[in-house]
Design a protein around this ligand. Sequence first.
Ligand code: IPE
Ligand code: IPE
Ligand code: MG
Length: 238
Amino acid sequence: MNVPNHVAIILDGNGRWAKAKHMPRSYGHVVGCDNLEKVCYVARDLGIRYLTVYAFSTENWKRSKDEVEALMNLFRRYLKRCIKSSRENEMRVRVIGDASAFAPDIQESIRALEDFSKDYDKLHFQIALNYGGRDEILRAVTQIAQDAKEGKVPEGKMTEEFFESYLDTAGIPDPDLLIRTSGEQRLSNYLLWQLAYTEFYFTDIAWPDFHKPELIQAIEQYNRRDRRYGDAKEETNV
Ligand code: IPE
Ligand code: IPE
Ligand code: MG
């Protein structure tokens, strides 16, 4: 099995999964969060080098106050627990998105986790929190304009490489495979720039039920794809 270098996942369906069990949505988030921890171990075992997950979007603030609060408390616990799994997996953890919107203690936990794990390189794990692809691009453009005023931007044509160096994912290769669980087939503002040539995989399985066999199935399907980048491939049997 040819394992993709970078897998991006939109962790979706926690709420519906819980509802089907006559449980509150926040229970779905708790189980989804436990599953995320397990999937990191699976990714490391399979030899995936980069894993980037969508955990909270810039649009998710629109949810009820109770749900947002429950998610923030979950992030508080998860970010602390992640120190242990980063050590066990030798995994570097980075948060992408605009963390400045979070409470100071959450921002501090993010800094502590990123700092603790910064020298690990077996798995690079990115968690998208208060992340939106459009917001990321606007923040990059704002910073470029600021740097241009200070004469730090080379004159002439803007290159993709230069622009990318201002994104939250600077230095991280683009995803090879995007997985979205729970049936929806949209990007919901995820990694708009980075997914330009990524293969997409959609499954009806809800995130709390997405385990090792489901990940392997996604990778096997990815292996059957004919990846192209706009070029015409040499046909061997014509
Ligand atoms: C994904 O599950 C987790 C977050 C967006 C935080 P959802 O909460 O979107 O679950 P559904 O899609 O409503 O079932
Ligand atoms: C996308 O899921 C965001 C995350 C998984 C964090 P949503 O459930 O919020 O997206 P929509 O509302 O269905 O597009
Ligand atoms: Mg959803």
